[in-house]
Design a protein around this ligand. Structure first.
Ligand code: MN
Length: 471
């Protein structure tokens, strides 16, 4: 929220914080759902972890004069600044830096005529500093002049991304050259992500809220897409209904390309082409995630194209669902590792009485058809960064997504949900998105044009049992 507050409220907050680091404006504003104070504490944590080194993070640059894709900055820049602008550079400076500053953000100058062409972005100066809580926001043109005393005094500079030989022809390589010219003795090291990843791994309450919004938009899309699933329709139509659902949920982009895999494509784990025509009797795997405020959901449902699963499909679906439920109950926060959980899921599948034939025609237990890992961390990256361990620690968010893929029968099944680890167990963030067989089949029943659920045939509230045509 970014509403203006009454003068009285401003004064009260200013007194509470004792006119501390941030102005009243910064106290009020949230950038991408995160307060200026939270961004400041993230920068302070990186500064402490850098142990006297300067940390430099360079954001990406928009290509060309007119942008044809919606700009997205790199996660490390957004995580530490809340600023989504092209061609920025963040320098986090050590204690005792000669500039007397904690940090400097360099942004391109903003000219008055730009506002007719592009959306407003923070420019250099006090207004942006007040908005973001960043101590010093300076024009990129003055960058090396401003950084020179800091670089002269530094023994180490750490870059996010590659350094040295590996970075030779990249933008980081140019920065390194510049740094060495100012101070030939300075040591330039890459992979400063390692200072940031442990912070990103554990989510704050505000980050969990961003994930909830991403998951809500994904739930709208999962429901919405069932109206496009029918024999004769293409996977692309389903994708269209998914994207409409994302936008309805205020997600400006998807966290990864939509996977809509029908029939044999349901066995292709990262099927992105989505051009196949669906046929009666098949299943379709819908693995999607809306991105909201730079946080991505990741939720998979498997639907029967004709509206009802066959008995064999029901058995396979139920095995996957039961495995997921058992995994949820198995997690002990702060103890269970991702690997423990993965092994546990495979053990459960191996115990199932179900069998299927592999590509060579041999009968196998179900664990042989579980072709990928059980889950992954979730956050700003759909396969999010890991902290210092593989343990499901309170505050981390991850997915549980068992699946079986039986190419010899032409179908695969995957169910994926998103979980926040709490002190006592798991909060299933995607619990509002149905996954029981009866619920999935109910979603597949025809809907009215307004999107309202049509009661099933024989429902007492719908005595005529009218079947409305699918759109
Ligand atoms: Mn996933």
């Amino acid at each position: 929220m970014r509403s203006m507050c009454s003068l009285r409220k401003t004064v009260a907050i200013a007194i509470l914080v004792g006119f501390a680091a941030l102005g009243a404006h910064a106290q009020q504003s949230k950038l991408f759902g995160i307060s200026a104070a939270e961004y400041a504490s993230r920068r302070a944590a990186v500064r402490a972890a850098a142990k006297g080194a300067i940390v430099i993070i360079q954001g990406p640059t928009e290509a060309g004069d007119i942008e044809l894709v919606r700009f997205r900055t790199r996660n490390e820049i957004l995580y530490l600044t809340g600023v989504e602008a092209s061609a920025v550079l963040l320098a986090i400076l050590p204690e005792g830096d000669p500039s007397g500053k904690r940090e400097m953000l360099f942004v391109p100058a903003v000219s008055p005529g730009m506002s007719q062409w592009v959306d407003a972005v923070p420019g250099p100066g006090p207004e942006s500093e007040a908005l973001t809580g960043i101590q010093s926001i300076v024009s990129t043109r003055a960058m090396w002049e401003k950084l020179e005393p800091s670089v002269r005094a530094a023994s180490t500079v750490r870059l996010v991304g590659a350094a040295g030989q590996e970075a030779r022809f990249s933008p980081n390589g140019q920065i390194e050259e510049r740094l060495k010219r100012i101070n030939p003795a300075v040591s330039v090291e890459g992979r400063a992500e390692r200072l940031i990843n442990p912070l990103r791994w554990r989510k704050s309450a505000a980050e969990a809220d961003n994930l909830r919004k991403a998951i809500d938009a994904t739930g709208i899309a999962q429901r919405n897409c069932t109206s496009a699933i029918r024999p004769g329709a293409t996977e692309l139509e389903v994708e269209g209904a998914i994207l409409a659902g994302f936008r309805k949920g205020l997600a400006v982009r998807e966290g990864f390309p939509c996977i809509v895999g029908s029939g044999p494509n349901s066995c292709i784990l990262h099927h992105f082409s989505n051009e196949r025509v669906m046929r009666a009797g098949e299943v379709v795997v819908v693995d999607i995630g809306a991105e909201y405020n730079y946080y991505s959901a990741d939720v998979t449902r498997t639907f029967p194209v004709s509206g009802k699963f066959t008995p064999r499909q029901r058995d396979l679906y139920q095995l996957v669902l039961d495995t997921q439920r058992a995994c949820e109950a198995y997690v002990k926060p702060g103890k269970t590792t991702m690997r423990d959980l993965d092994m546990y899921a495979r053990g459960l599948m191996a115990k199932s009485p179900l069998r299927a034939k592999d590509r060579d025609g041999n009968e196998r237990t179900m664990d042989s058809f579980f072709a990928h890992g059980l889950g992954h961390w979730l956050g700003m990256d759909v396969h999010d960064v890991q902290g210092d361990s593989n343990v499901l620690m309170p505050g981390t968010v991850f997915t549980i997504e068992p699946g079986v893929y039986i190419a010899s029968e032409g179908h695969g099944f995957r169910i994926e949900d998103d979980y926040l680890v709490t002190e006592t167990g798991l909060e299933k963030l995607s619990r509002y998105i149905p996954s029981e067989i009866a619920e999935i089949e109910a979603l597949m029943r025809p809907k009215t044009a307004a999107g309202a659920r049509t009661p099933a045939r024989g429902n007492p509230r719908n005595p005529r049992g009218a079947r409305l045509r699918r759109r």
